[in-house]
Design a protein around this ligand. Structure first.
Ligand SMILES: Nc1ncnc2c1ncn2[C@@H]1O[C@H](COP(=O)(O)OP(=O)(O)O)[C@@H](O)[C@H]1O
Ligand SMILES: [Mg+2]
Length: 380
């Protein structure tokens, strides 16, 4: 089986590095801290959180994970969150009594689908909630639930709210206040608020905002390239291939050391050499796979490119060719016909907003390494 995994939460077997981060996150959650976990998309936040939750389950905690961005409304989020919390009670025959204990202000409509073995699913809804005031009351009730669950079950709880930046879309600020007020009193409940849009998340932690100094902040960085390279060659070997020296490093480099891109390129290369019935895997194989992928993504990238203004296209091309450095310098602006500094700045800001490039220290990187290669090879 292909040992490389992308596009989903990383299973234990494909999880690399992050020992220090994992220790810290699990430790903080077990201690009831409110942790903020921040990085751009596809760095491995959800994978790290899932790993921490597995460790905490082994230590006897109850764990609850909810992806905030997957709900289409505030009430839908509150229902989903309540359902996830309630689902931590494994015995559905006790649920009805338990629910009476849990909900005091707003009564849910409950549907229990159970079997005779005592396993079941439960769905909660709050059809009586109509006005903004009802919503606020329901929110207060749901945000208080984790502490009640911990108390009635007699166990500590760890809650993960993933893609947390999406909370801002629900009701303009009130959610943050309500949630902050609730969580700060819950000593037996650890929270991790994981967010993918670093600027939004950092703003949420600002001085005048409810979550200012609410708890420790973890900024997830990249996986050390040598560890990642070693993992790749090791997995090729373990599955019967003979990687040429330097293969792992080349994958990491071509993928811009973005965890998702690294696993994607390794996974697709593995598939190709498997189908070809090869034993040794070298840089030629890697590049053949890259060409195949570029072909498959061509329509998508063409669309992205067409959606940009001319000034943005020029700035993107320059970022690719110049490795994201010195884009405001006059010789580089002249070489790529970028126009004045303010034009370049506006274009780069738009590219950042569209999550096509991101700023990293003093330079810009193209987020998707395939798009970077596509721009380098097919645009002028
Ligand atoms: N620790 C890790 N080791 C190996 N691959 C990882 C790791 N973390 C993330 N990845 C890769 O990156 C992909 C995206 O990870 P994910 O946790 O979904 O990121 P995020 O939640 O930050 O968007 C995963 O599917 C996997 O391919
Ligand atoms: Mg995620």
């Amino acid at each position: 089986m292909n040992p490389f995994v992308y596009g989903e939460v990383t299973p234990v077997a494909a999880f690399v590095d992050r020992e220090a981060e994992l220790d810290r996150l699990a430790g903080d959650l077990a201690a009831g801290q409110k942790v903020f976990l921040i990085s751009p998309r596809r760095y491995g936040k959800s994978s790290l959180v899932a790993q921490a939750m597995r460790a905490l389950t082994r230590r006897g905690l109850l764990t609850v994970e909810v992806t905030v961005s997957s709900y289409s409304s505030y009430v839908a989020f509150l229902e989903g969150y309540a359902r996830a919390l309630v689902a931590s009670e494994a015995r559905f025959d006790r649920l009805t009594a338990w629910l009476k204990e849990l909900f005091t202000a707003v009564r849910p409509e409950v549907r229990i689908e159970g079997d005779t073995a005592g396993r079941g699913g439960v769905s909660l809804s709050f059809p009586s909630v109509r006005t903004a005031r009802d919503e606020a009351r329901l929110a207060a009730e749901v945000f208080a639930l984790p502490a009640r669950v911990a108390a009635t079950r007699g166990r500590r709880l760890a809650v993960a709210l993933d893609e947390f930046q999406a909370i801002g879309g629900f009701d303009g600020g009130q959610v943050e206040h309500a949630l902050r007020a609730a969580v700060q009193t819950q000593r037996d409940v650890g929270y991790v608020f994981a967010g993918s849009e670093p600027t939004l998340m950092e703003r949420m932690l600002g001085r005048r905002r409810p979550f200012y100094k609410a708890g420790p902040v973890m900024r997830l960085g990249r996986i050390p390239p040598d560890r990642f390279a070693e993992f790749i060659e090791g997995r090729f070997r373990r599955t019967g291939f003979k990687p040429e020296p330097g293969l792992g490093a080349a994958v990491v480099d071509l993928a811009g050391n973005l965890p998702y891109d690294v696993q994607r390129l390794a996974h697709e290369t593995w598939d190709d050499v498997k189908v070809a019935g090869r034993r040794t895997v070298g840089l030629d194989d890697l590049h053949a796979t890259l060409r195949r992928l570029l072909g498959e993504y061509d329509t998508l990238f063409e669309q992205t490119w067409q959606g940009l203004t001319l000034a943005q296209r020029a700035a993107l091309r320059a970022a690719v060719v110049e490795d994201g450095r010195g884009l405001l310098a006059s010789d580089i602006r002249a070489r790529h016909r970028l126009g004045g500094p303010s034009t370049v700045q506006a274009s780069l800001a738009a590219l950042v907003r569209h999550e096509i490039v991101m700023r990293e220290g003093d330079h810009y990187v193209v987020v998707d390494s395939l798009l970077r290669e596509w721009v380098a090879r097919t645009t002028y």
